[in-house]
Every structure is written in structure tokens, then in C-alpha cells.
Design a binder for this molecule. Sequence first.
Ligand SMILES: Nc1ncnc2c1ncn2[C@@H]1O[C@H](COP(=O)(O)OP(=O)(O)OP(=O)(O)O)[C@@H](O)[C@H]1O
Ligand SMILES: [Mg+2]
Length: 514
Amino acid sequence: MLVKTYSSTVFGINATTITIEVNLEIGINFYLVGLPDNAVKESQQRIKAAFKNNNLKFPGREITVNMAPADIRKEGSVFDLPIAIGILAVSKQVKLELLSNYILIGELSLDGSIQATRGVLAIALQAKQEGFKGIIVPKANALEAAVVNDLEVYGAENLAEVIQFLNQEEGGMQQIIVDVEKQFGQLIEDFELDFRDVKGQMNIKRAFEIAASGGHNVILIGPPGSGKSMLAKRLGSILPPMSLDEALETTKIHSVAGKVKGQVGIISQRPFRKPHHTISDIGLIGGGSYPQPGEISLAHNGVLFLDELPEYKRTVLEVMRQPLEDRTVNISRAKFSIDYPASFMLVAAMNPCPCGYYNHPEKECVCGPGVVQRYLNKISGPLLDRIDIHIEVTPVSFDELANSKPSEGSKEIRERVGAARTIQKNRYLLRNGIHCNAQMSMKEFEEHCNIDNAGSQLLKTAMDKMGLSARAYDRILKVARTIADLDQVENIEAIHIAEAIQYRTLDRCRWSLN
Ligand SMILES: Nc1ncnc2c1ncn2[C@@H]1O[C@H](COP(=O)(O)OP(=O)(O)OP(=O)(O)O)[C@@H](O)[C@H]1O
Ligand SMILES: [Mg+2]
């Protein structure tokens, strides 16, 4: 006799349905075929023990389990549940009627309980697309899967519950229902870190407002204790809220990485990732023998904050160059390649030199000749090239720190950012996947970054006088475009260019004089 059950495996951030055929014959062997890895092969032992501990009968016949399609490598232990149910069905301990309606995933413990797994959202989306009625997942992952509309989601704690459900007996699992739209709307306003806490630093807050409005990458340079980390950590609170599509995409990546935690099914705040500077290149861009998304993909639709930038290994920073440009990262192996989305805003912070006080208004820098330049050279030109806004942070004065007058909060800033983003949304209409000014390609740049004579004259003078490099040119114009959007005006004016020029600190020649 032959029985089929259905499961799913995740490849990159998308799932593929796996059909599991269980056949019973006269004999005593157990065969598992269809490119299973070691964890799948071990399922026989787990299933046997789980059956024994739940008073179920493991058939004393020859069992062949085939997993199709045979050319996809089946990894991990999530096939325990569909194989176990297949064996129970073929030996008439579970009814067949409901089997073809549901995708089953879950690793069994020896006592029959079902362990949490990764990638459930991707699996649920695929199940819906292929017309399955529902999905049975480990209870700990049920909220994650329930984000998908029009798909029945059941969270199973143990094997016995799944059997009861499939046999349509009393006491089986309850369907998990999440009102995504409601949950999504509720969580967006909550921010722990608010710009209200930052005293003074008006010019830097303004630079952040511009960066958030246009999605520009930012680097902060300043002495220790000037508030760089403090400011950067608050960037998330002024970014515009994610759309539902963006939130689903981000949740899918976090789900694949097994990072959707707690009672939340959908991630509704833009991610803010802050990897430590000892991170490896695989940790940053993703990979590994069982490829997993890296920090740049976990930061998708959000912020990647690299504090103390020169401390990161240069090779690690270099691998980020391609994804910064393409907004996706491709991980190639001998037999396959995987794409993970990686559209993030890079925020970096650093001291200007090893002692930290180069260019400080009061303190003397004690670094020797050439040291500052060597320190800055740790960050390559091409990487710096991808950062639109350079901000020099100076410490706030005692008077400002002691001033108890409340500063402007993140909510007000976020409203202005939102208005500027709406202008950009209407301008680009998501053509070529462009959301904001920082993502403009050459074509859009030529169309939307025109300047008049006065602007052009100003830019030329600034570039000559300040010794700005050629690469600064289009960066300045893109940022000027964002400033004009914040002002809600159609044309880029000289005043916008003048402000944008301020944000090219590292291009100015004085930074290379020491
Ligand atoms: N503008 C400010 N308003 C209120 N507090 C501030 C401000 N600037 C700095 N601080 C205080 O100083 C502390 C140190 O700031 P922070 O850690 O952000 O400095 P940093 O520039 O990142 O320094 P480092 O280069 O050493 O990393 C903050 O935790 C905060 O308490
Ligand atoms: Mg810091």
C-alpha cells in the first residue's frame, strides 16, 4: 500500500513543496530515498521512539519512504512529522481523507513533542499559492504562519494532537487566526529610543532627517562621547512605517533565519541591525554550508548600523560593496546559488583618528604624522563612494546638555520624513523597484536632478574651493533632491545644493592633510 503526505523545504527565502510517499511491503527493512541529508536519515530513530512513547505501532514490515522531487536536497529534521504521519496512515492508524489538504512540518522529540523550526512564513506563502487548504506547523511557529490570509494554520504541540486532528476526533488543535492588518497597524508607533532624548545637535538631527527622507547611507565622524552611537540608534524612530508588503518580505527573511520571536507574527518595525565589529563576511552577507541570510539581509527594509567602522575587517567591508549597489546578495555554491534581498540603509560611525580628537574644537589630537590618513584609509574609497551623507559630530556644550528644554521628538520628524517619501513614491511609482532618492539610477538621476545656472555655478565653486572630488557631484545632487522634497518644491534650488555640500566632510581635502 502507498500513501502520500506533503511537506516543504526552504531554499533561499522561498519554499518548495515536497511530496513524501510511504510504501509498505512484506519484509523488514526501512529505506529512505530522495536525496535526504543526515538529519533526515536520522528521522527513523526519532519516529520509532516517538511511536513507542505514544503507544503507536511502528509497522514490522518493509517501509520505503521516497521524497520528491528527488533532485532537491532535503535538509534538516522538519520531515519527521510528515514521514511519521505517512507511516501511521499506511498502517491504518491515521485516516487518509485530510492528508492531501495539508502541508506538515515539524521535528519530533523522542516523547512525540514537536520542535520549533525556521522558514515557516515562506512555507505558508507557498502552501497558499499551491492551493493547499492549510498547514500544520510546530506550535511555536504558528503565529508566524498565520500571517498568511486564506490559509488554515494549526500549531501542533505533539504528535498525538496531529493524529487527533487528522482522524477528526475531539480535542484536536484549534486553528490559529491572526488579524494581520490590525496587528500591523498597532505596533508601528512604539519606539523605545526617541530623538527627544538628544539635547542640542540640531544640525545633526537635520542631517538624519534628510538621510531618512531619501534613504541615504550615512557616516558619522566625531570624537568619543559626542553622541554618535546615541544618534544612530534613534534613526529607526524617524523612518517611515513599512508597507504591509515590505513587512511580509522582512518577516520572511527573519523567519528563514529563525529569528521571529515571541508573540509577534509579523515584523512591523523596520529592522535595526547592529552587528559587532568582529563579524565574519559570512555573518555579514550570508552563506555557510546550509546557507543562511546574513546581517545585511536581516536589515532588509531597515538599517544596518556599523559602529566603530574602521574596526571591521577590511575584507568584511569590501564584500558589502556589491549588495550596497544591487540591493540583493547572491550566494553561489558549486551546485546552486541563492539570492537574498538586502535593501538597507547603511549607517556607520567612527572616530576621526586613533586618539579620537583630530579636528576637535578644543582638545589636541596626539596622533603622529600620517596616522589620521592611514586610519581613514582603512575604509576604502569605493565603500565611501556609496555613502551619500557625511556628518561631522561635535560634542554638545555643557549649557546645551544642562538645558532642560525638551527637544523635538521623533514623531514630528517622522511626519516630515513621511511627506517627503510620499513625493518620492509618486515620482518613482516603484519603477525598477525604486522607493527613494538614494536608489535613483542614472536614468532617474538625469530626469530628476536638473539644476539651474545659479545652482550649477555654486556647485562648481564649491567643488573647486573645497577640493571636492568628482565622485561627490552626483551624491550632492541626490541629497539636494531630497532636501528639495523636504521643502516640497519641484526644482532643486541653490539653497538645497548649498546644504547638500555640507554633507561631504570626508571629501574635503583638509581630511587628508595630516
Ligand atoms: N546630545 C546629547 N544629548 C544627551 N546626551 C548626550 C548627548 N551626546 C552625548 N550624550 C551622552 O553621552 C553618552 C555617550 O554618547 P555615545 O556613546 O553616543 O558617544 P559616541 O560618539 O558613540 O562615542 P564613542 O566614539 O566613544 O563610541 C550618551 O550615552 C549620552 O548619555
Ligand atoms: Mg559609540
